[in-house]
Design a protein around this ligand. Sequence first.
Ligand SMILES: [Zn+2]
Length: 376
Amino acid sequence: MTLPTYGAIPRRLVVVVILCLLASPVHALTSVYEVQSGDSLWEIASRFGTSVSTIKQLNKLKSSSIHPGQRLLVGSSIRKIEANNGPYYYASPKSETQKSRGYAESSSRSAREDYNRANRLIQAHLAELRDRFGKAKKRESPLKGWRIMLDPGHGGRDPGAIVSNETGDKEEVHVVEDEYVYDITMRVMERLMLYGAEVQMTVLSPNHLKRDSFLAKETFVNEKNEVYNDEAYNRKADPMVRPGSHNIKRRVMVANRFFKKGRKDKSLFVSLHADNSPQRPRGPLVIYQKKGSRMDKPSRTFAKIMQRALDHRTVPSLIGSRNMAVLRDNRASAEILVEIRNVSSKADAWALRFHEKRQEDADRIVRGVLDYATSR
Ligand SMILES: [Zn+2]
């Protein structure tokens, strides 16, 4: 798409107009929530930003008693997203750009409150996607029956790599790994769902879904508000429940719980990162688990197929094996970690900053998943 020349039009207006054109129609939607043990109606209502009486009305409940496994309509509407700079924001960061390597915005809320907001946001978004895909013409669902856990690298206390980059006007900007891989993960999730897979993410942002990037100097800000996709874990009033290197195994626990349902041979785990390795060339690197001489064959096959899907004509992708906490003890039938770009290369860090490039990266990852799933 060619962007209109800005001329005298205020650039904010241009951005708003483009966002409106790209945004899918926003409808009121109702998502379905499956009651977990220990839930109360009041808690569910606050989590989804609705009221006990609304839930009772929607489900024609005569009393407030509920039981685990019960499926409840919750009045969570995507219309309620407090968007102030586009339909895909819940709230915007204070700064419109990552000013320096060290800049960070910590959350004013508890992990529990951020989890509730994040869950509300993602549930409303998923309901909207299901609604949209459900209405689409009968299509091929090559990933029907597959359960795929996507793991956006870092987040919370740990932003991952932060590198400096520049705009065409030589203004310095910074690229924060966790914010950009989160965006790519959202894009991968959308496509995999479109192909019929059940998809979840290990980490959630209370503020963002997919974000488009129109202005070169507006880079994603290092927000430290992400939480694990684990309600009970976030109930602890402890800032250490935010993702960090100290609790990396939580990613595996979240994934393994997801894999309890469904067929073991149709479960996949993909961890998404952007590498910062000056000693290797730019481009993707796919890693599968290997501990000593113990190597997981399906994961190696998945990694090889993914590597092929990620290969560009001019930028080859690499493959490697490592013993990694996020892959170890993972119950998926195959699990890999993808370093989608190497941000020690200026060109790769640049590419991450633009949504067209992030969409291409996401599409390649989806290709890899499709090729693996349909090869068996
Ligand atoms: Zn990383």
